[in-house]
Design a protein around this ligand. Structure first.
Ligand SMILES: Nc1ncnc2c1ncn2[C@@H]1O[C@H](COP(=O)(O)OP(=O)(O)OP(=O)(O)O)[C@@H](O)[C@H]1O
Ligand code: SF4
Ligand SMILES: [Mg+2]
Length: 329
């Protein structure tokens, strides 16, 4: 049994003009110790897809489909039941490291109160465990760090503290929402190394969210590319990097910096994704796609399934011939 099994998950959010689909029939699985990367441009639904796993969606959001964690259905849980899932089973490092720590409370207060409530341990034990966690994420002098406040740390250190806090109740699944985006390249590399080590040492499963496919290529086992709330392509990271089948994935890969290239300007995908609530019935990428044909629009697309759980949503499949895995299942 997979640790996490998401099937046909859809999320509708309330907007000024009624309900709009932010997540549209998402399906994926995650095993213990695996790292899944979720990539996509701003507004594609990356954060919403993670918040759904914690029952933290905006008020009035409608959720359908199924999310099973260790076999337990999470869709439809009461707030009391969600409390048992959050922290101890699934926890999250939120998108903005600058605002996710309270500026007026010491790191000790923020870490240990959480541990005492959720793990039922004494303050003394919580302090010992918090020091260990901070050492584990390579915070120098954990004792001093516990007595300090968020403003006394650099962005990279704050993000490490957020990761330590997210790990405080020994979750099996960590959701890391753009944990390194605001950081410089060296600090970002340190966070990636840290997450990879935590996965190896604790058999932690991680969902790593970012708009940067380059970052995901180095640490993830699997990738899921989101566009306008839809899963455009998913599969093993190695497969997707070598044989992307969706034009949007190819566009994201083309826009990565090429170290050996002389080109000074990065290629970007022209145009913008459709606004929330204005996704077309057919391919949501059609307006920006140079391969678009009449059959791409007007009717819902059906995914194509290939070997090794490689899946993509494109009616034309323009890169079929170059693929080494072109056998449809
Ligand atoms: N509280 C809300 N109510 C209504 N719509 C929302 C709300 N929060 C986010 N949205 C919309 O839901 C869609 C998905 O947002 P989400 O935050 O998941 O995107 P994202 O992929 O994480 O983007 P980013 O890379 O900018 O973080 C967007 O169109 C966003 O504007
Ligand atoms: S379905 Fe058509 S428009 Fe959409 S990505 Fe494929 S080729 Fe492009
Ligand atoms: Mg986001």
């Amino acid at each position: 049994m997979a640790l996490l099994e998401v099937r046909d998950l859809s999320v509708q959010l309330q907007t000024k003009s009624g309900f709009a689909t932010a997540i549209d029939r998402l399906s994926y699985t995650l095993d213990a110790g695996e790292i899944l990367g979720i990539a996509g441009e701003s507004g594609s639904g990356k954060t919403m897809s993670a918040l759904t796993l914690l029952g933290l969606l905006p008020q009035h959001a409608k959720v359908s489909g199924s999310v099973k964690f260790e076999g337990q259905e999470l869709v439809g849980l009461s707030s009391k039941e969600w409390q048992k899932i959050r922290g101890q089973n699934i926890s999250m490092v939120f998108q903005d490291p600058m605002t996710s720590l309270h500026p007026m409370l010491s790191i000790k207060t923020q870490m240990t109160e959480h541990m005492m409530v959720h793990l039922g341990i004494s303050e003394k034990q919580a302090i010992i465990d918090a020091e260990e966690l901070l050492a584990d994420v390579r915070i120098p002098d954990p004792k001093k760090a516990l007595a300090s406040y968020a403003g006394q740390f650099s962005g990279g250190m704050r993000q490490r503290i957020c990761i330590a806090m997210a790990l405080a109740c020994k979750p099996k699944l960590l959701l890391a929402d753009e944990p390194s985006t605001a950081l410089d390249v060296t600090v970002q590399a340190g966070i990636l190394t840290l997450l990879n080590r935590l996965r190896e040492e604790h058999n932690l499963s991680i969902i790593f969210i970012t708009h940067d496919l380059g970052v995901l290529s180095s640490i993830t086992d699997k990738l899921l590319v989101l566009y306008a709330g839809r899963e455009t392509e998913s599969g093993l990271t190695s497969t997707i990097l070598q044989n992307p089948r969706h034009p949007y994935t190819q566009g994201l890969l083309d826009s990565l910096p090429q170290p050996e290239s002389d080109e000074k300007l990065l290629k970007s995908i022209a145009g913008f994704p459709p606004e929330l609530g204005k996704q077309p019935i057919g391919c949501a990428f059609a307006e920006r796609c140079k391969f678009a044909e009449a059959r791409c629009s007007g009717t819902p697309l059906e995914p194509t399934y290939l070997a090794d759980n490689h899946k993509f949503l494109c009616a034309v499949d323009p890169f079929h011939s170059r693929s080494t895995q072109g056998v449809e299942l």
